[in-house]
Design a protein around this ligand. Structure first.
Ligand SMILES: [Fe+2]
Ligand SMILES: [Fe+2]
Length: 151
């Protein structure tokens, strides 16, 4: 039933915008802390996580297209098109705790978004549901990994 699955295109596009914003924010934070020896581990984890958000962005784009939609084309619209807005990095590049908290907050937002989307697609669109559950699992791992840095 392509008509029914098409209902999820707008939701998927909002998540797509969130993923791009996370890629930008996490990559930026990795870059500004890189070279500071105390932050080597943090920089590595930010880079790895950004790479997975980029995969999520790709997977969402693929599904949006399969459903007959178009992924958002205009990067100047990313913030307003997103669920969560931009995960704004802390002012200081050496504010490691601030960086970790920025990621944790973004990951919690993502978990909420994908939880809702999983409920919405369950029993209606199995392919989208499987994708959402897969992404949700990785967002839960991300949140855990950054939680472990400060606990
Ligand atoms: Fe993600
Ligand atoms: Fe994530």
């Amino acid at each position: 039933m392509p008509g029914l699955s098409g209902l999820f295109i707008a939701d998927l596009n909002r998540a797509y915008a969130d993923e791009w914003l996370a890629v930008y924010s996490y990559t930026h934070m990795a870059q500004v802390v890189t070279g500071r020896p105390a932050a080597k581990h943090l920089a590595g984890l930010l880079q790895e996580t950004a790479a997975e958000e980029l995969e999520h962005q790709e997977e969402l784009a693929e599904r949006i297209i399969q459903l007959g939609g178009e992924p958002l084309a205009d990067p100047s619209k990313l913030v307003e098109a997103s669920n969560e807005g931009y995960p704004t990095p802390p002012a200081g590049a050496t504010d490691f705790e601030g960086i970790v908290k920025t990621v944790i907050e973004a990951e919690r937002g993502a978990i909420e978004v994908y939880n809702k989307l999983a409920k919405k697609t369950a029993g209606k669109d199995p392919i989208t549901y499987e994708l959402i559950v897969h992404i949700l699992g990785e967002e839960i791992e991300h949140e855990d990994e950054f939680e472990n840095l400060i606990s």
